[in-house]
Design a protein around this ligand. Structure first.
Ligand SMILES: Cc1cc2nc3c(=O)[nH]c(=O)nc-3n(C[C@H](O)[C@H](O)[C@H](O)COP(=O)(O)OP(=O)(O)OC[C@H]3O[C@@H](n4cnc5c(N)ncnc54)[C@H](O)[C@@H]3O)c2cc1C
Length: 523
């Protein structure tokens, strides 16, 4: 368990290393560093996993896409890391087949048949007998009738994994770090990285709850602030930060979809209008709903706080999907939730926007090697699946120069993580919830054990209840009362917090439809 929120410890305790950012990368760094014997602090400006880590498509990628780009080592890493996460958090992921429909004509058939053969031989050599898993179906009749309509010319079926809750994975990894001695606090922002004579000395931090400004001292700072890592880039470092980002949104919709992830593909003009670009959107079954994404909009600016999709953006994506795939029957009144994130694009800038592609490899910058301060390492990860390996490489850099020898990395071979489930009742917290007493129980535990401070923390990141739509008012009241008791809120404050959570759904343009209710019903 992460335990209660104690920002004072960040100021008082002695640390070897400070981690900035409580997404999946920061969480794995904190666990890895602690397990190697480093006194570690982690600060998260908002809530754990409130950044990109809660905006992902929840696919634990086996690396097929990397192999398509002939990046064999990236594909092997993805495959290996997928299996490690499946082992570390067995209750949080499940096997899921992915169907990539073939286009009419012989070319696509040959390409996909070859892809199946190459993938199988690659996966077998990487994972042994259990590694195979792609089949090519030459016609719709070779596919399960439940989804053959989506692939009239057959297609490629690849077996990968789906994360049920990326947010709970982050919490479970953080809990392992705390278990090893790390101090982990949300709602604390790093405002500046402090250095003197070319050496890192710690960070200037702001407790966003109390308004206190204080310093955290440590000779090492690992910046894992996702897209916001750029804001903390030292001016003197000659390394170039990523110059642009692309925005992607995912929708959760009340649709019955087959128990297979459909990879719907089409070609469209790139931004420059010169090169046709292949687009793919996945429609995936997820906790009784459909998860659809991602949209893709280049030129995403990094906002100063959390990233929210706009109502226009959601409408544009719904309109595009229903125009291209009318059989999906997607419409705004079926959309229960939406979330946005930023993909980094390294190396190419807005001057040539039509040519970018989303980064496939992470960026790790040891600023000392680029004219910046000694002791600062920035990591920008490109996949949730491989974040553990990125964390390992970053902590390896610390270990190589630390003034005593450290234990080797053990996160790849650790026992499965406890604390992965939201509550002692395994099913509670992963789907819609209608029982106010259960909501109160969940909120009390989330506040007490996992630093939940708002209804959004409870319903979107300690559980996935709110990702199925706005919970009913009595469920909000149940959770609101439990949070009020734990956090000493007044009655007025409780009302404000409930209203604030409801307004979040209003801003997304989602009518106040309670989770579990059929389309058209509203409270
Ligand atoms: C649309 C989309 C779909 C994706 N789908 C997949 C997928 O299916 N599978 C997959 O493997 N990967 C996927 N990814 C990639 C994956 O989500 C990211 O690589 C990963 O979540 C990045 O995690 P992170 O911890 O580096 O960053 P983040 O999750 O963004 O965490 C950074 C944290 O730092 C905090 N922070 C920022 N500034 C400060 C500060 N000054 N002080 C303290 N804290 C700060 C933020 O609040 C945030 O919580 C997807 C990405 C996008 C955008």
């Amino acid at each position: 368990m992460i335990g209660s929120r104690e920002p004072g410890r960040l100021e008082r305790d002695q640390f070897d290393l400070v981690v900035i950012g409580g997404g999946i990368l920061g969480a794995f760094i904190a666990w890895d560093a602690t397990a190697r014997g480093l006194r570690t602090a982690l600060m998260e400006r908002d809530d754990f996993s409130a950044g990109t880590s809660s905006a992902s498509g929840r696919v634990l990628h086996g690396g097929l896409r990397a192999l398509q780009h002939l990046d064999v080592s990236a594909a092997a890493e993805s495959l290996r890391e997928r299996e490690i996460i499946a082992h570390l958090a067995p209750g949080l992921s499940r096997p899921l087949p992915f169907l990539f429909p073939a286009a009419a004509g012989i070319t696509d058939q040959v390409v996909l048949r070859t892809a199946a053969a190459v993938w199988n031989s690659f996966a077998r050599s990487a994972l042994g007998a259990s590694g195979s898993g792609a089949q090519f179906a030459g016609s719709r009749h070779d596919l399960d009738p439940a989804f053959s309509n989506w692939a009239p010319h057959g297609g490629l079926v690849v077996h990968d994994r789906q994360l049920i809750s990326a947010e709970r994975l982050v919490l479970a990894v953080l809990a392992a770090a705390v278990d090893g001695g790390a101090v982990v606090v949300n709602r604390v922002e790093c405002q500046e990285i402090l250095s003197s004579n070319g050496r890192v000395e710690g960070v200037q931090a702001l407790d966003r709850e109390s308004g206190n400004l204080f310093q955290v001292s440590a000779p090492w700072v690992l910046n894992a602030a996702g897209p916001w890592a750029v804001d903390l880039w030292p001016a003197e470092s000659s390394a170039r930060p990523p110059v642009s980002f692309a925005r992607g949104i995912h929708l959760v919709a009340d649709l019955r979809v087959p128990q297979i992830a459909l990879g719907l593909t089409w070609t469209e003009q790139s931004v420059s209008g010169r090169v046709p670009r292949s687009r793919r959107v996945f429609v995936m079954p997820w906790a009784g709903s459909a998860l659809i994404g991602a949209s893709f909009e280049p030129g995403g600016l990094v906002p100063s706080g959390p990233i929210e999709p706009s109502a226009d953006e959601i409408l544009r994506f719904v309109t595009e999907m229903s125009r291209r795939w009318p059989g999906l029957e997607l419409s705004m009144d079926r959309v229960r939730y939406a979330v946005a994130g930023l993909y980094p694009i390294f190396g190419r800038g807005p001057s040539n926007p039509g040519t970018f592609s989303v980064a496939r490899r992470p960026l790790i910058c040891d600023h000392r090697e680029r004219g910046g301060p000694d002791g600062l390492i920035t990591g920008i990860s490109v996949k949730l699946t491989t974040a553990r390996a990125v964390a390992e490489r970053m902590v390896d850099r610390v270990a190589a120069r630390f003034d005593r020898s450290l234990a080797p990395c053990s996160t790849a071979t650790a026992d499965p993580l406890p604390f992965a489930l939201p509550s002692p009742v395994p099913s509670l917290g992963f789907g819609p919830l209608e029982n106010p007493a259960e909501a109160a129980r969940l909120a009390a535990a989330a506040a007490d054990r996992e630093q939940a401070r708002t209804l959004a923390d409870v319903f979107l990141r300690r559980s996935t209840i709110g990702q199925h739509g706005l919970p009913a008012r009595d469920v909000l009241d149940g959770a609101g009362m439990a949070l009020a008791a734990a956090l000493e809120w007044s009655v007025e404050r409780r009302e404000i917090e409930i209203r604030r959570f409801e307004e979040f759904y209003d801003r997304l343009g989602l009518s106040r439809r309670v989770s579990g209710a059929p389309p058209g019903a509203s409270d």
